[in-house]
Design a protein around this ligand. Structure first.
Ligand code: CS2
Length: 457
């Protein structure tokens, strides 16, 4: 039996990643390790807020065990694509690697909330952390602390080094995520140095992607399971479902691994695929996260087994599906019935223990992508959008009932929750979509859906 973690010799760094979390490892790192040319493509992965995660991985040479957890059992594989695991605070190392001639791209999993775009789709340069980084960049007195600030700093180093064009590949769950990353990066660069912004426009390709692999947080039990099955101790295994999906659209001016060998798909029009995933998978996830916790459930599988939650999910899918237009025009066959069936099976995988509390985080940002577009599309066609509105109402109920919740707008959400009735609903809606909040009919409709999910009802 294999008694230590081991893999083939480390591949050279050609990819720099920001956001070294479990999802990056089960998804982009796994796809890269499975590419036919994997030996040529190593990843230098930087953590965001978790220096301990970088250290734990660095101590095992970037190697980790991927546990594929199917309904029927686990399988184990060592992933060797991470050549370097680095604390994100080491901005000089980031700049050095992004500026290196061999580096072809920066990939990102920095969370939806990190892009700091306002309702107009442009960077909110007044957000306090963005403003602080901008000051640092301008004065040159310290290292930026946001992923965006760090990336812009590193791109300036690439420009200075003259090492040429590269790609930025956004792998966060956002609609048009390449455009989002573009607007955020160029917005900050322009506020710092117009010449840098122009260089980025001319040299950096922003690739849009739709990413998918359910990856719950690793537990102590997972670490013990790896030890029992593999005979070695791995401090940083990752557990994920067997399913993987990656759809990409855009240019890679300095090359890329053959991710298609592992099932990645390259398309010209990504929007129908993004919407299918964001609305059907992530939308159902958020609905289950709020409705399920209000009804006393802990995991996705438990919530889905509750007939009330299941009914709400199916209704939301019906609404979402009728707005997944444009797919045929883009030549895409989205195979929605099969996709829905597969989602039910994936969500029901009880061995995965995907915690609703993890999904419930950052609701104000996630609902903008998961509920608002469906609600707007329904209303534009003269329908009520009841199922999408119910997701928003469940979030409101959840934020009032939860002892604590994680959200970039937590203070604003809590302040709104001190109000009552339509005033409260309007204030909460305004945090997600100001136009919806200005529509009295929507406010009244959402208010009427409050209290739908209560324990045991
Ligand atoms: C989840 C996603 O936490 C969440 O918001 O909806 O992380 C989801 O599990 C992934 O997008 C699946 O690919």
């Amino acid at each position: 039996m294999n008694r230590t973690l081991h893999a083939a010799p480390k591949p050279p760094v050609r990819i720099v990643h920001l956001g070294l979390g479990a999802f990056h490892r089960s998804h982009q790192a796994w796809f890269t390790s499975q590419a036919g040319d994997a030996a040529e493509w190593g990843i230098a992965a930087f953590t965001g807020r978790r220096p301990d995660a970088a250290l734990a991985l660095a101590e095992q040479d970037g190697l980790f065990t991927l546990v594929e957890r199917a309904d029927s059992g686990d399988s184990f594989a060592v992933v060797g694509s991470i050549a370097e695991a680095v604390d994100g605070a080491d901005v000089p190392r980031l700049a050095e690697l992004v500026a290196a001639p061999a580096t072809a791209m920066v990939t990102l999993t920095v969370t939806e909330a990190a892009y700091r775009l306002g309702a107009d789709g442009q960077l909110d340069v007044n957000a306090s952390d963005v403003a602080a980084d901008l000051e640092l960049l301008k004065s040159g007195t310290g290292n930026p602390s946001t992923p965006l600030g760090r990336l812009v700093f590193a791109l300036a180093a690439r420009r200075a080094a003259g090492t040429g064009p590269m790609a930025v590949v956004c792998c966060d769950n956002l609609a048009n995520n390449g455009t989002v990353a573009h607007n955020a990066v160029t917005g900050l660069a322009a506020a710092w140095d117009a010449d840098l912004a122009a260089w980025i426009e001319a040299n950096v390709s922003f690739v849009s992607t739709s990413v998918d692999r359910i990856t719950p947080r690793t537990t102590e039990a997972d670490i013990a399971a790896v030890e029992a099955a593999c005979g070695y101790h791995d401090n940083s295994p990752v557990v994920a479902e067997p399913f993987t999906n990656w759809v990409l659209s855009g240019d890679f001016p300095a090359g890329r691994p053959r991710w298609e060998d592992a099932g990645a798909v390259f398309v010209d029009h990504i929007e129908p695929f993004e919407n299918r995933k964001l609305w059907l998978l992530n939308g159902a996830h958020s609905l289950l996260a709020y409705a399920g916790q209000l009804r006393g459930h802990t995991t996705v599988a438990e919530a889905l087994a509750d007939a009330e939650c299941r009914k709400a999910v199916e209704s939301f899918w019906d609404e979402a599906e009728s707005n997944l237009s444009g797919a045929a025009a883009a030549g895409a066959d989205l195979q929605i019935p099969a996709y829905r069936d597969a989602l039910l099976a994936r969500f029901s995988n009880a061995r995965i223990a995907h915690h609703l509390a993890q999904i419930a985080m950052d609701g104000s940002t996630k609902l903008r992508m998961r509920a608002v577009p469906v609600l707007l599309a329904e209303r534009a066609q003269g329908r009520s959008g009841a199922a999408a509105a119910l997701m928003i109402a469940a979030w409101m109920d959840f934020t009032a009932a939860a002892e604590a919740f994680h959200d970039p707008l937590a203070a604003e959400v809590s302040a709104a929750n001190t109000l009552e009735g339509a005033e409260r609903v309007g204030a909460l809606l305004a945090l997600i979509d100001p136009a919806l909040a200005a529509d009295e009919a929507v406010v009244e409709f959402v208010a009427g859906l409050l209290g739908t999910f209560t324990a045991g009802s």
